[in-house]
Write a protein that binds this ligand. Structure first.
Ligand code: ZN
Length: 443
């Protein structure tokens, strides 16, 4: 019998964690952070030293007590990709299980960077498995990493092959036919698995209500090109902010920035962590084109020098796309650094506002500060890394799962995925709308 517990991420967007029990083995898929709650207790959007108890009490991490009866059976923890809402709980909670961590080279490198940088220690052994590779965990379960596209490198669909069939964990994914780094999704593999028989598909349903196919990353790249190379930015500062984990986007920024003959500087700790992981794993080599400045005190000094030399000679890539008060962009806008904006400076938000009340308020605030100083704002230079409804339909058609488990959001989102499944002919007993803490068994 196979049992699945929705530990986190089924009643909210964030703190993803799913536990699958196959015979006597439990595999944990993701241990993520709830970013908004996390920032509340840590005052930092980066991973910092903080007690697991504080994180549990503030609902910043999944409620692991819902699998306390399985705790001694957890054999493996698999983060599906390097976003903090999937991997960020591992430094705090993985040590509670006598289990190895299995991740792609990039995800492993990010995790190791976080642990070293913040002097956090876990007892778990971190094993690396390449994309498309297979790992035999036991007689009961074999793990396979299937290549998929998302907004951070080496994102995978985790396949758990069991005697009762395959369980697919597609959380998060996008069907990008024109990715700007990495390969296209492995459609052929998914089709083959569909023919053999997929027992259950656990799937990202954040945009299940959005009736479209999510545009490719190459569209975002074109939008960036338009703004960076197609607007008059002579004698103006160019400041770009995006997700630190979005290596493809950063690579595009660096490429267009170099065409402008400006020096490119990354300012911020999280940018440094992800950029170095990309470098270590051969995905991108930023260090030859980019200067990376990590810490706030050094950023302050560097910005002073940039002002002296002429800010128009630079492209600055900074943290703060959601207007976070601890970020570099916020400190620049709020005059905490010796940086002066002048009328017509370009600020490019290569992201969208993740719609939580905190983010909306923070972004409003930072935009007000920037507007007041005369900056030109370019918002939403972005396409999402998540699939939308018409991608979900294709996924279901490809893998033909017996059971569908919508994940990555509260009922408002997951119910849209259920609606799609019913529309495609699924019966109610095969679509499982779960909430955090619920457990089901599959035949
Ligand atoms: Zn993600």
């Amino acid at each position: 019998m196979i049992e699945i517990t929705a530990v986190g991420g089924y009643s909210e967007v964030g703190r993803n964690m799913t536990a699958v029990k196959i015979g006597n083995d439990v595999v944990v898929l993701d241990i993520g952070l709830h970013m908004e709650n996390y920032v509340h207790v840590s005052n930092d959007e980066d991973i910092v030293k903080i007690s697991a108890e504080d994180l549990l009490a503030s609902d910043s991490v999944p409620r692991i007590e819902t699998i306390s009866d399985w705790a001694d059976k957890v054999r493996l923890i698999i983060p599906s990709h390097a976003h903090l809402d999937h991997v960020g709980g591992i430094p705090y909670l993985a040590g509670r299980y006598n289990a190895d961590i299995l991740a792609t080279p990039f995800t492993s490198a990010v995790l190791k960077n976080i642990l070293t940088e913040e002097k956090l220690r876990i007892r778990n052994h971190i094993r690396t498995l390449n994309v498309n590779a297979v790992y035999q965990q036991s007689d009961e379960v074999k793990v396979e990493f299937i290549n998929i596209t998302h907004s951070t490198p080496q994102s995978i669909i985790v396949a758990l092959h069991t005697k009762q069939g395959t369980i697919l964990y597609a959380n998060d994914f996008k069907f990008d036919l024109y990715p700007t780094i990495g390969k296209k999704p492995d459609f052929e593999k998914l089709r083959q698995l569909g023919q053999k028989g997929v027992l259950a598909l656990i799937m990202d349903s954040t945009y299940a209500g959005l009736r479209q196919k999510m545009p490719s990353e190459s569209v975002a790249r074109q939008m960036l090109k338009d703004v960076l190379l197609g607007t008059d930015n002579r004698n103006k500062a160019i400041i770009v902010t995006t997700f630190a984990s979005h290596i493809a986007r950063l690579k595009s920024i660096v490429e267009f920035g170099s065409k402008l003959n400006r020096k490119i500087v990354f300012l911020g700790r999280s940018l440094a962590k992800y950029a170095s992981a990309a470098e270590k794993t051969g995905i991108a080599s930023f260090s030859k084109d980019v200067e990376i400045v990590k810490y706030s005190s050094k950023i302050k000094r560097r910005l002073k020098k940039i002002m002296k030399e002429g800010k128009e000679k630079y492209v600055l890539v900074v943290t703060g796309h959601q207007g976070e008060p601890a970020s570099t962009l916020y400190k620049m806008a709020n005059n905490q650094f010796d940086f002066k904006f002048t009328a017509g400076d370009h600020i490019i938000f290569s992201c969208r506002v993740i719609p939580t009340s905190t983010n909306i308020a923070n972004r409003e605030n930072i935009e007000k500060l920037l507007n007041r100083q005369g900056a030109r704002l370019f918002r939403d230079i972005h396409t999402s890394g998540h699939s939308a409804r018409e991608d979900h339909r294709e996924m279901i058609e490809l893998v033909k799962p017996k059971h569908i488990i919508p994940a990555h959001g509260p009922l408002e989102m997951t119910s849209k995925m259920a609606e799609l499944a019913y529309e495609m002919g699924y019966k109610r007993e095969n679509v499982h709308l779960m909430k955090n803490g619920q457990r089901i068994s599959l035949e």
